[in-house]
Design a protein around this ligand. Structure first.
Ligand code: ATP
Length: 212
């Protein structure tokens, strides 16, 4: 109910708030002011107060926000209680790194299956995750009801693999390939082009220096 009425810009900041509040809770802090939060998450305090007003009357004047109850609220809104199983397609250098990483800082997403064509690794378990051959992909995604996929295959096969993914009802693709994949409207794609990001950073440093 509440989540549906939150503006998109506010919703986008939720994970940032959530992450920081977890740090506060871990360090034993019971309450936090909007000014403190503003400093930590680099969002101005007026925006924070407005954002938080959408979550109900959680702030008290002179007291700040109760860390515990904010966390409870965010957990529900962000669906942190629900575990989402994610598949990784393409266990090359980048795929391996992601398998190793396996989002261990997050308790709501984890890679539970991986796929590759390389027979040297299929049938093995890497970082606790089974690697299946591509010929099993459609079946396994269906059986395991996996709807979110990380794509780390070579660009040359990215579209072909994407087409197969959409055929079995995958709803979200985190695309690490530089290729802009084409998907039907039922699928959401998030592009992460690391080379491009790095080049952008270098470009900005060269042209404008570290200042904003
Ligand atoms: P990267 O660092 O991008 O992961 P890499 O050099 O380790 O690159 P790539 O050639 O990009 O390896 O391939 C990534 C992985 O995708 C490899 O493990 C490869 O076996 C796998 N792969 C190649 N073709 C396919 C395919 N058609 N379907 C699934 N996996 C594939």
């Amino acid at each position: 109910m509440v989540a549906a009425t939150i503006p998109q810009a506010t919703a986008k900041r939720l994970p940032i708030y959530y992450r920081y509040l977890n740090i506060l809770a871990d360090s034993g802090k019971k309450r936090v002011s909007s000014t403190e939060l503003a400093e930590a998450v680099k969002v101005d305090s007026a925006t924070i107060r407005r954002d938080f007003s959408y979550f109900g009357a959680l702030g008290k004047r002179g007291y700040g926000y109760d860390v515990e109850s904010l966390l409870e609220f965010f957990k529900k809104t962000l669906n942190q209680d629900k575990l989402t199983n994610v598949a990784l397609i393409g266990v090359g250098n980048l795929g391996h790194a992601l398998l190793n990483f396996n989002f261990h800082k997050s308790n709501n997403v984890r890679i539970s299956a991986a796929f590759d064509i390389n027979e040297e690794i299929t049938g093995t378990i890497q970082s606790g995750v089974p690697i299946y051959p591509m010929s099993d992909m459609k079946e396994q995604l269906t059986v395991q009801q996996i709807e979110v996929v990380i794509l780390t295959v070579p660009s040359s096969v990215a579209q072909k693999v994407t087409d197969e993914l959409t055929e079995v009802g995958v709803k979200g693709i985190l695309n690490f390939t530089p290729l802009r994949i084409t998907v039907p409207e039922t699928v959401r794609v998030q592009n992460v082009d690391l080379t491009n990001e790095l080049q952008t950073l270098v470009y900005f440093l060269d042209h404008f220096g570290p200042g904003k």
